[in-house]
Ligand binder design. Structure first.
Ligand SMILES: Cc1cc2nc3c(=O)[nH]c(=O)nc-3n(C[C@H](O)[C@H](O)[C@H](O)COP(=O)(O)OP(=O)(O)OC[C@H]3O[C@@H](n4cnc5c(N)ncnc54)[C@H](O)[C@@H]3O)c2cc1C
Length: 415
């Protein structure tokens, strides 16, 4: 039996390893369009690879039919993922909000472990091989490569990813392959992506990272909120809480992000802190008022936004009104959203292969026997925080396990 996996990303590597472990006699081949497998894995989690999250639940996933994830997450759980990685040498480290990383905090460790396991299992890796279509003739499957070569396989697992970050391999070609086979692709849009904002209120802050809370607001309505590391850029905002909000951002006018720079304190408490500093720093100028409390550039910006034009302004001249204004800006610094960055910078794709056309128990196409899909190519995307890789592992596991089953066994499972 020959199983061909198209795409050597997270889902494809997991599918290949699972197929070979399930049926050691099977010939398992990965075709990867880039010069090496797993390039995107190296970029995940800021180079640290947030490979899962202990809080993973179906509610963390989106798509036309998010319940499609239920079976895969039950059959290959977060605990199974941790065991799997432990078994190939990746010891886990838990960080904030249940995010799991390799203990060494190196994404390369995750990729090395996966590649070593592929080598140990004698999985064939064909790199620099881009598949342009799958031909189905009399029930027999063949992958057709860009250079015209063909490869016959009993099962094909399409794990070509979506359109996010095409420089890391996923250029959307998987969708074209599926469309030619009659599958439906739901509308595609970038998700978990940086946000473009009015740059005037953040002028001079590019490159600064802060810990805070970002709240998405439209008019008086709070749409969503998330906390963590927020990065100021020359076009707007980035960082996990911003990615998270980007997925919930309606493309409407008058959307703002309000930043809270001292989220653990109430407005009253921030006012009291500032009043205490006024006493302690008597005789100094505004240039030093925020030193040790906020990033200096951010402090200067907040002073200006409160109407204090000159940094030579004396701290002792801060009246109650000004202190309240400063406290208010620290607790709610509003920035107008002007748009989202595109697929080039997005972490994931919202939309993809319509899941109604695949079995959630096997990941097999309901139209073409022997064709399986897993990972981001399917119309499923998750929250920021390790959920997308967990989907790649869980769905890759199911596809790999079922791709080596006989037609009859698969038929029975799909019923
Ligand atoms: C910068 C960045 C950081 C991220 N950080 C995290 C994180 O910390 N935690 C998390 O959970 N998620 C993270 N994600 C999302 C996560 O990486 C993806 O959801 C996940 O990698 C998807 O896995 P996949 O195997 O389905 O697709 P991909 O990883 O995109 O792999 C698809 C593979 O298929 C290959 N391919 C495509 N078309 C063809 C073809 N026609 N022929 C042959 N090969 C083909 C590609 O080259 C690629 O190697 C991040 C994404 C990015 C871009």
């Amino acid at each position: 039996m020959t199983v061909l996996i198209i795409g050597g990303g997270a889902a494809g590597l997991m599918a290949a390893i699972t197929a070979k472990r399930t049926d050691p006699a099977a010939e398992v081949v990965i075709a990867e369009r880039l010069d090496r497998v797993g390039k995107k894995i190296l970029a995940t989690g800021n180079g640290r690879c947030n490979f899962s999250n202990i809080n993973t639940k179906p509610v963390n996933y989106y798509g036309k039919r998010p319940s499609f994830v239920n079976n895969a997450l039950k059959e290959f759980t977060v605990a199974d993922t941790v065991n799997f990685f432990n078994g190939i040498g990746v010891f886990p480290r838990e960080e904030r909000d249940g995010r799991l990383y390799p203990y060494s905090l190196q994404a390369s460790a995750v990729l090395d472990a996966l590649r070593n396991e592929c080598e140990k299992l004698e999985i064939t890796v064909l790199s620099g091989k881009s598949v342009k279509e799958i031909s189905v003739k009399k029930g027999s499957l063949r992958a057709v490569f860009e250079n015209g070569e063909r490869l016959r396989a009993d099962s094909i697992i399409l794990a070509a990813g979506g359109c996010a970050s095409p420089a890391l391999g996923s250029d959307g070609s998987g969708y074209e392959i599926l469309k030619k086979l009659g599958h439906t692709i739901t509308p595609l849009s970038p998700a978990l992506v940086q946000v473009k904002t009015d740059t005037a209120p953040i002028k001079g802050l590019s490159g600064i990272k802060i810990e805070g809370t970002a709240t998405l607001i439209k008019g008086e309505k709070v749409l969503d909120s998330d906390s963590g590391e927020i990065l100021f850029t020359d076009y707007g905002l980035s960082g996990p809480p911003i990615f998270q909000l980007s997925a919930k951002m309606p493309f409407k006018k008058d959307i703002f992000i309000a930043l809270d720079f001292m989220a653990e304190y109430s407005l009253r408490q921030v006012f009291d802190i500032l009043e205490g500093r006024k006493k302690a720093l008597d005789g100094m100028t505004m240039e030093y008022f925020f030193t040790g409390l906020l990033n200096k550039r951010l402090g200067n910006l907040i002073s200006r936004a409160a109407g204090i034009e000159k940094l030579s302004f004396s701290v002792s001249a801060l009246d109650k009104d000004l202190l309240w204004r400063l406290a208010g800006l620290i607790k709610e610094y509003k920035i107008k959203v002007t748009g989202l960055n595109g697929f080039k910078n997005a972490q994931v794709t919202a939309g993809g292969a319509l899941t109604d056309e695949f079995s959630p128990y096997t990941m097999q196409s309901k139209f073409i026997k022997g064709l399986y899909c897993c990972g981001e190519i399917l119309d499923i995307h998750g929250d920021c925080g390790g959920y997308n890789l967990q989907w790649a592992w869980s769905s890759g596991y199911i596809a790999g396990k079922n791709a080596v089953l006989s037609e009859q066994e698969n038929y029975e499972k799909q019923q």
